[in-house]
Design a protein around this ligand. Structure first.
Ligand code: FE2
Ligand code: FE2
Length: 358
């Protein structure tokens, strides 16, 4: 977490076109815009004079912008749909204090294969390194039943491929490619600290729960050009999908103790903590309760840090955060000088004062 995410600087040449992409977050009034953008919303309207126009929301991985097409809207409209990437040319003006682009040209690229990284943000951390770190943490599991269950997932190439690429959410936290892996690793690593602090927690059950708790997200979300829920995601949700994925692997593991399987399933089913947050069960043993709190902490730290990073409001306070229902105080906490450090004690200040004013 923290810092500016890789690749969100203003001019980056993409594979799809040999010219710099103007990122939406950098777009200012009077800028000319030319390049590939994702159509997030498309609506057809009618002007007062009765001619059709297009009202679009265009996006890239840094944000979205409103755009209008006033000319030939009836001809252009059937050529593309929401979710398509189009090549646009236009001019950024202002409407009701918001930047709005008027498009002078619009083309649908013949080659529909576009680099998804242009439209979807990725984790700032290296995916291969994160996966290696996760495997290392999970190696610490000693119970051979749990070990073999985890191994079933880690040796499943299709699973690992999706798991490395999936986001952890559509909006709130780790909502970028690689986010699920980043979040899972973080929950696993925090679990290790918590196990040290509370030795009454079962280490193997904790680590397995940390790894398994959100695996259902690989099926809950699709993440091609934009992150959104799948039908399975909307109808079943990642908690149920996670238990299903676990059941599939358990089928191949004969003699897996029933009590242990129940506990691991409960970790997945209860990790949201409360009914109103989508948990069909509330945590009913120590490890389940600890997992819920660790998961909640990691999700909120990520969500809040990103909100603070992206806030553009002038002044000391952020915009109102609807999820946390409050404003947050910005700015760095001032460094407190330690006593005895060079130049920090009262004596040292006096010396500096006298040497500067002989
Ligand atoms: Fe979850
Ligand atoms: Fe989670």
């Amino acid at each position: 977490m923290g810092g500016v995410r890789a690749g969100t600087n203003m001019a980056t040449t993409t594979k799809d076109e040999r010219q710099p992409h103007l990122w939406i977050k950098d777009l200012k009034e009077e800028d000319r815009i030319k390049g590939l953008y994702l159509v997030r919303v498309k609506k057809v309207g009618t002007t007062k004079k009765g001619s059709p126009f297009l009202s679009l929301t265009l996006g890239d991985r840094t944000g979205e912008i409103e755009a209008k097409v006033w000319e030939r809207a009836d001809v252009l409209s059937p050529l593309f749909s929401e979710g398509d990437v189009i090549h646009v040319e236009g001019y950024a003006g202002s409407y009701r204090n918001q930047i709005q682009v008027t498009l002078s040209d619009l083309k649908v690229p013949k080659d529909r294969k576009v680099n998804p990284d242009l439209f979807l943000e990725s984790s700032a951390r290296d995916v291969t390194e994160m996966m290696a770190a996760l495997r290392k943490v999970l190696k610490g599991i000693e119970n051979h039943f749990i070990k073999s269950l985890i191994e079933k997932f880690l040796s499943d190439r299709r699973f690992v491929q999706s798991f490395k690429r999936a986001p952890a959410a559509k909006n709130f936290h780790h909502s970028y490619l690689g986010g699920l892996l980043e979040h899972t690793l973080s929950v696993c690593q925090m679990s290790r600290y918590i196990i040290e602090h509370y030795p009454e927690l079962n280490r193997d059950v904790m680590l397995a729960g940390a790894f398994l708790h959100d695996i259902g997200k690989i099926k809950e979300l699709h993440f091609e050009r934009k992150i959104d829920y799948t039908d399975e995601g909307r109808l079943l949700g990642h908690i149920v999908l996670g238990v299903e994925l676990m059941d599939e692997k358990l089928m191949a593991l004969k003699d897996f103790p029933r009590e242990l399987a129940l506990r691991l399933k409960h970790l997945i089913l209860s990790h949201h903590g409360q009914f109103e947050f989508g948990s069909p069960k509330r945590p009913k043993f120590l490890e389940a309760y600890a997992l819920h709190l660790i998961d909640d902490l990691d999700a909120k730290m990520n969500g809040l840090s990103r909100f603070m990073e992206r806030d553009r409001k002038e002044g000391d306070w952020t915009d109102f955060n609807r999820l946390f229902e409050r404003y947050f105080l910005k700015g760095k906490i001032p460094e407190v000088e330690k006593k005895g450090e060079t130049g920090s004690s009262e004596d040292d200040r006096q010396k500096v004062l006298f040497s500067q004013n002989p």
